[in-house]
Design a protein around this ligand. Structure first.
Ligand code: AMP
Ligand code: GLY
Length: 433
């Protein structure tokens, strides 16, 4: 089979790496990909949002299955377009992708179908939003309705901060149309977990649990990022809690969508806050998480392509549960100096070869590019450079959480580039040794 993976991050490197292990696969393309992905797939320079060119490419190459990494092409309706030409594609259609593309859509669905979530109201009028913020007080959370590249959520500690966030979205329009409407919601306290499931709308096959570290600095300090690390499984998600989340969040949501006439096919990702009153839903994503995927896939023993094929054919019920490596996997993201603010690119990355030789370690590239450095005629050598905010996801397996942490950080210690920074506490919340 020929597979096309869309995207360019650590998540897509992990997907391509896992897909390459399937017996069903002969050839993998990735658009646009990155320097790490080039080693296992043919990378083609098409933008992930350029649906007409992606469609042309898939038709010309007779792609058997397309796997979509990021949310933007899903929200733009790539699945609907591919299906019109009878091309198999893994992911929800445009209507179902509103679960991530419009936070108001997803909150209203949760309210209607009794899915536990934070209390909320939504506004397009600044005066009314301010009045409500003053009424509920701080802390509270301000969210842009639409996609804002992970920057559309402000957890405000004071009323002033909340009002400033509402003004920046509704008046200054920092997110454009995505911030034309905002949500003001109750601030939840607790530990977060990511629950991902495969669903074809009729059946659900759960993925392993994971926990993502969103803040840039140790001990959850500093601004939010795309994710500075993750580990799987997340000990906060006990077996009982997992069942409760499936019942109260996942099944109710998928059934609710079905009742609204929306067939959800793909990965459904619920961001959960485990509060003292039980699990509450922070958000839904309509795709694999990044960096959760980098921490989950090294533990998956089943053939991912088989699952995706069954799902896109609506035959998920024929598959049993997924098979997992019982070990823990930790992923530490190495980021560029300055990230999540402005950062420089083009810094030479050293230590990669050393780390790639280590046992139970995987290096997933995110923002990297490669250059051939030797003179013509000599053995070619490749040098890697930074090309983004999140540069590498170093993942390591271990029998215990402590082993996984030690293994991963030993590898991270061998990597360097100018300005590199990373969190030192990934997995620590779950490690009480
Ligand atoms: P979201 O994109 O909605 O998941 O929000 C990003 C991050 O903001 C979440 O992972 C949480 O850390 C935080 N967050 C979102 N909603 C809330 C809430 N209601 N209470 C507390 N923190 C929240
Ligand atoms: N790790 C958070 C996300 O993928 O949205």
């Amino acid at each position: 089979m020929k597979i096309l993976v869309i995207g360019s991050g650590g998540r897509e490197h992990a997907l391509v790496w896992k897909i390459a292990q399937s017996k069903l696969v002969d050839k993998i393309f990735c658009v646009p990909g990155n320097a790490g992905i080039t080693k296992i797939a043919e990378c083609i320079d098409i933008k992930a949002e350029d649906i007409p060119r992606l469609l042309d490419f898939a038709r010309r190459e007779k792609i058997d299955l397309t796997v979509v990494g990021p949310e933007v092409p899903l929200s733009l309706g790539i699945v609907d377009e591919f299906l019109r030409y009878n091309l198999k594609i893994f992911g929800p259609n445009k209507s179902a992708a509103r679960m991530e593309g419009s936070k108001i859509f997803s909150k209203e669905l949760m309210a209607k179908y009794n899915v536990p979530t934070a209390d909320f109201k939504f506004f397009d009028d600044l005066g009314e939003a301010k009045e409500y913020i003053n009424k509920i007080g701080a802390p509270c959370v301000i969210k842009a309705d639409g996609l804002a590249a992970g920057k559309g959520v402000v957890v405000a500690k004071s009323v002033e901060e909340a009002i400033a966030a509402a003004e920046s979205m509704l008046k200054d329009k920092i997110f454009g149309e995505a911030g034309r409407r905002i949500i003001v919601e109750e601030c939840l306290q607790g530990e977060e977990a990511s629950i991902l499931v495969f669903t074809d709308s009729k059946s659900v096959v759960p993925f392993a649990s994971a926990q993502d570290y969103k803040r840039v600095f140790n001990n959850d300090q500093g601004p939010n990022t795309g994710g500075m690390g993750a580990y799987s499984p997340a000990p906060v998600v006990t077996e009982g809690l997992f069942k409760e989340i499936l019942e109260k969040v996942i099944y109710r949501t998928i059934d609710g969508l079905a009742k609204e006439g929306i067939e959800y096919k793909g990965v459904l990702y619920a961001g959960i806050m485990v509060t003292k009153d039980g699990p509450k839903t922070l958000e839904f994503n309509v795709r694999f998480g990044d960096p959760e995927t980098e921490a989950i896939l090294p533990r998956l023993k089943s053939d991912l392509v088989e699952v995706m094929l069954a799902l896109s054919e609506g035959k998920l019920s024929r598959l049993g549960a997924l098979e997992w490596d019982p070990r823990t996997c930790v992923c530490v993201v190495c980021a560029s100096g300055g990230y999540p603010g402005n950062y420089e690119k083009d810094k030479v990355i050293s230590g990669l070869e050393d780390v790639e030789r280590m046992e139970d370690i995987n290096v997933f590239h995110a923002g990297t590019k490669a250059r051939i450095i030797n003179d013509p005629g000599q053995r070619q050598e490749v040098e890697y450079f930074t090309n983004g905010g999140r540069v590498l996801g170093i993942t390591g397996l271990g029998k215990t959480i402590k082993d996984a942490i030690d293994n991963t950080y030993q590898a991270v210690g061998k990597i360097s580039f100018q300005g590199m920074h990373y969190r030192k506490d990934i997995g620590r919340g779950g490690c009480h040794e």
